[in-house]
Ligand binder design. Structure first.
Ligand code: ADP
Length: 606
C-alpha cells in the first residue's frame, strides 16, 4: 500500500494532520462555555484552570462577558468553523488519496491481466478474478479512506481528551474513561468472533449472483428445455440461505448495539453520578462538570467504532493479499527475443514444427513429436478427431504457450526469438467462436489494423462475404454489436472475424474451424477469395468438412493421441488406407443419406 501511495503520501499525511487539528479544536468548543460558567457566572477564577482564565481574557475579561453575554458566540463559531474546515480537508484529501490508490491498483491489475501468461490465466476463475478487480479494490480503498482515518480519529480524540480531563480533575477523568477499555475490547472481540458470518454471507451473495448471471446468459437454453420452474426451484434455496445468513447477521448487530449502548450509557452515567457528587460536595465547578459530560459525548462514538474497524482490518488485509496475488502472477515475457534487434516485418510465411511436444498438465501429453514443414504461400488443412490438439498446435505457433520439447519457426526464425507483438501481427487467427467486443462493427474490424481506411475495410469485408449483410443494418458499419446492439448470428460473427484477419494482411492466416457456421456456398466463395490471394499468405485451415479439405494444397491428418498420422494431397490420402479414407467414407455416407432423405419430401421448401 505504501508503494501504491507514491504521489499521494503528502496529501494523505496532510489529511491525517487535519484530523488531528479538527479533533483538538472540537474540545475547545465545550471549553468556552465551561470557562464562562466557572470564571464569570460563578465568579470563581481562582478555582478555575489557567486555560479557563485564558479563554475569558481572550473574550475581554469577566466584566465584558457579564455586560455582553453573547461575546463567547463568535469565538465558538470561529472554532467550529475551523474544525469544520479541517474535517472537510481531511475527508476530501483522504478520499482523493485513496481514490488515486484504487485507480493505481486497477491500472496495475488491468496491465497485468493484459500481459498475463496464458498458463497462469488458464488457472484462474473468471468470477473470482472479477471480484479481485472490483470489490477487493473497493475494500482496499475503504480501508484507506475510512478505516485508517476513523481509527486515527479515535486515537487522536482520546489523546487530546485524556490529558485535558486529567488536568481539570483526575477523579472526573477516571470516571470518564474507566469503561473505555471494555467498550473498545467488546467491539473488537465481538466483530472478530462474527467475522466468519460476514464471510459466509458474502459467499452466499456470490452464489446468488452467479445463479442469476447463469440464468441470464443461458436464458434461451432454459426456455428451450422448458426448465423455468426447475431453475426457479433451484434458485429458491440459495435465496433462502442468503436471507437466513443476512437475518443472522442483523441479529448479531442488534445484540451488539444493545450491549454497546448499555456500556456507553454506563460510561456517561458514571460521569453524571461522580460529577453530581463532586458538585454537591463543592469539589468541582458546574462548568467543569459540563465539560466532562460534553467530552465523553464527543469521543464515545469514534471509540466504539474503532474496535469494530480494527476487527475488520483483517478483511482489508485479505483483499490486499488477493490483489497482490494477481500482481505477482507471471506475465508473457519476451526474454528470448532480442530487444534491440527485433527482426523487421517479414512476409515470409513458411512454418516449420520440429519435434514439437506439449502438455497443458504434466501427466496428459497433448502433442507428441510433431514434425511439419509448410512452405510460404501454401494452403494446408489439418484434420483429426476432436480434442487431438489441432487448436493447440496453432496456439503454440502464436506463442500462447511454448512447446515442452522441439521448436517452431516462422519465416526461418525460431518464434521464441520473435517479439510476441511481431509474431501476432504476422499470424492472424480466426476462431470457431470468435469474440466481438460491444463496439461498432467498424471498430471491431479495425482491431486488426487501427489505421485502415474505408476502402481496405470494404475489400476485406467483401472477401469475407459480409459487406452486404453489414450494409443491410440501418447503421451499416456503425451498428453496435453485443448486448446493447444487434445480435449477430454465428456465421456473421465468423465472417466479421475473417474480415478482421484479412485486413491484417498477415503472412500466415489460420482458420480454426472458422467456417463451421457458414453455409457451404458462402464458405466456397470465401475460400476462393482467400485462394485468389494465394502467395500473399500461408493458410492453415482446421476443418471437418471435406469440401474445405479438398481445397487445400496438402492435408495433415492427426491421430487422437496428438501425432501426425499422414501428410499428403487429397488424392494421395484417398489412395491409401488410413484415417483420412475412413473419415472420407463416413462423411460421404452421411451426405448421401441426408440427400436421399431430403429428396422425396413433397412440398418441402428448397
Ligand atoms: P482440437 O482443436 O483438436 O479439438 P485442442 O487443441 O483444443 O483440440 O485440445 C487438445 C486437448 O487439450 C484436449 O484434450 C483439451 O481438453 C486439452 N486442452 C485444451 N486447452 C486446454 C487448456 N487451456 N488447459 C488444459 N487443457 C486444455
Amino acid at each position: 500500500m505504501w508503494d501504491l501511495m507514491a504521489g499521494d503520501r503528502l496529501r494523505y499525511g496532510a489529511a491525517l494532520g487535519a484530523l488531528l487539528v479538527a479533533a483538538a479544536l472540537l474540545y475547545l468548543v465545550p471549553l468556552v462555555p465551561q470557562a464562562v460558567m466557572d470564571v464569570v457566572f460563578l465568579n470563581q477564577p481562582e478555582r478555575s484552570s489557567a486555560t479557563s482564565r485564558a479563554v475569558i481574557e481572550l473574550l475581554g475579561g469577566p466584566d465584558a462577558v457579564t455586560d455582553q453575554p453573547w461575546r463567547p458566540i463568535p469565538l465558538i463559531a470561529v472554532i467550529a468553523l475551523a474544525a469544520g474546515a479541517c474535517t472537510y480537508v481531511r475527508q476530501r484529501w483522504s478520499a482523493i488519496a485513496s481514490q488515486n490508490v484504487a485507480k493505481r491498483i486497477r491500472d496495475r491489475l488491468q496491465d497485468r491481466i493484459q500481459r498475463l501468461d496464458m498458463r497462469a490465466y488458464d488457472g484462474l476463475d473468471r468470477g473470482d478474478l472479477l471480484q479481485r478487480c472490483t470489490s477487493d479494490v473497493d475494500t482496499a480503498q475503504t480501508f484507506l479512506s475510512m478505516q485508517v482515518v476513523e481509527v486515527g480519529r479515535a486515537i487522536v480524540m482520546l489523546a487530546v481528551a485524556i490529558p485535558l480531563m486529567f488536568a481539570l480533575d483526575h477523579r472526573m477523568g477516571v470516571a470518564a474513561v474507566w469503561l473505555l477499555p471494555l467498550i473498545v475490547g467488546f467491539s473488537f472481540f465481538y466483530f472478530r468472533r462474527v467475522r466468519a458470518m460476514f464471510r459466509e454471507k458474502d459467499e452466499a451473495e456470490g452464489r446468488l449472483t452467479a445463479a442469476v448471471t447463469d440464468n441470464l446468459v443461458g436464458i434461451r437454453v432454459v426456455r428451450a428445455f422448458n426448465r423455468q420452474s426447475f431453475e426457479i426451484e433451484r434458485f429458491r434455496p440459495r435465496n433462502d440461505e442468503h436471507r437466513r445468513l443476512d437475518a443472522a447477521l442483523y441479529r448479531v448487530f442488534a445484540s451488539f448495539w444493545a450491549t454497546s449502548d448499555l456500556l456507553c450509557f454506563m460510561q456517561q452515567a458514571s460521569v453524571v453520578m461522580v460529577g453530581a457528587w463532586l458538585l454537591a460536595t463543592d469539589r468541582i465547578l458546574v462548568g467543569e462538570f459540563y465539560f466532562f459530560f460534553a467530552a465523553v459525548g464527543l469521543y464515545l462514538w469514534p471509540v466504539r467504532m474503532a474496535g469494530r474497524i480494527v476487527a475488520e482490518f483483517g478483511k482489508a488485509t485479505v483483499a490486499i493479499d488477493r490483489i497482490e496475488e494477481i500482481l505477482a502472477l507471471p506475465i508473457e515475457s519476451d526474454d528470448d527475443a532480442p530487444t534491440d534487434a527485433a527482426p523487421t516485418a517479414s512476409s515470409d510465411g513458411s512454418i516449420v514444427f520440429r519435434g514439437v511436444s506439449f502438455a497443458y498438465t504434466a501427466d496428459t501429453p497433448v502433442l507428441r513429436e510433431i514434425d511439419l514443414a509448410i512452405a510460404d504461400g501454401e494452403a494446408v488443412a489439418i484434420v483429426g478427431p476432436s480434442g487431438c490438439g489441432k487448436s493447440t498446435l496453432v496456439q503454440l505457433l502464436l506463442r500462447f504457450h511454448d512447446p515442452d520439447a522441439g521448436s517452431i519457426e516462422l519465416g526461418g526464425i525460431d518464434v521464441r526469438r520473435l517479439p510476441r507483438r511481431t509474431l501476432r501481427t504476422r499470424v492472424a487467427t480466426v476462431l470457431q467462436q470468435p469474440f466481438l467486443f460491444s463496439r461498432s462493427i467498424r471498430e471491431n474490424i479495425l482491431l486488426a489494423d487501427p489505421g485502415a481506411d474505408r476502402g481496405s475495410i470494404e475489400i476485406a469485408t467483401n472477401e469475407a462475404c459480409i459487406h452486404e449483410s453489414i450494409m443491410r443494418f440501418d447503421a451499416g458499419y456503425e451498428t453496435m454489436v453485443g448486448e446493447r446492439g444487434v445480435t449477430l448470428s454465428g456465421g456473421q460473427r465468423q465472417r466479421i472475424a475473417i474480415a478482421q484477419a484479412l485486413l491484417q494482411d498477415p503472412a500466415v492466416l489460420v482458420l480454426d474451424d472458422a467456417l463451421s457456421a457458414v453455409d457451404t456456398g458462402t464458405e466456397r466463395t470465401i475460400l476462393e477469395a482467400i485462394r485468389s490471394r494465394r502467395g500473399r499468405h500461408t493458410t492453415l485451415v482446421i476443418a471437418h468438412r471435406l469440401s474445405t479439405l479438398q481445397e487445400a494444397d496438402r492435408i495433415v491428418v492427426m491421430t487422437a493421441d496428438g501425432r501426425i498420422d499422414a501428410i499428403g494431397t487429397h488424392p494421395e490420402l484417398l489412395g491409401r488406407p488410413g484415417l483420412y479414407r475412413r473419415l472420407w467414407d463416413i462423411q460421404r455416407d452421411l451426405e448421401s443419406e441426408s440427400s436421399a432423405s431430403e429428396e422425396p419430401a413433397p412440398g418441402a421448401t428448397p
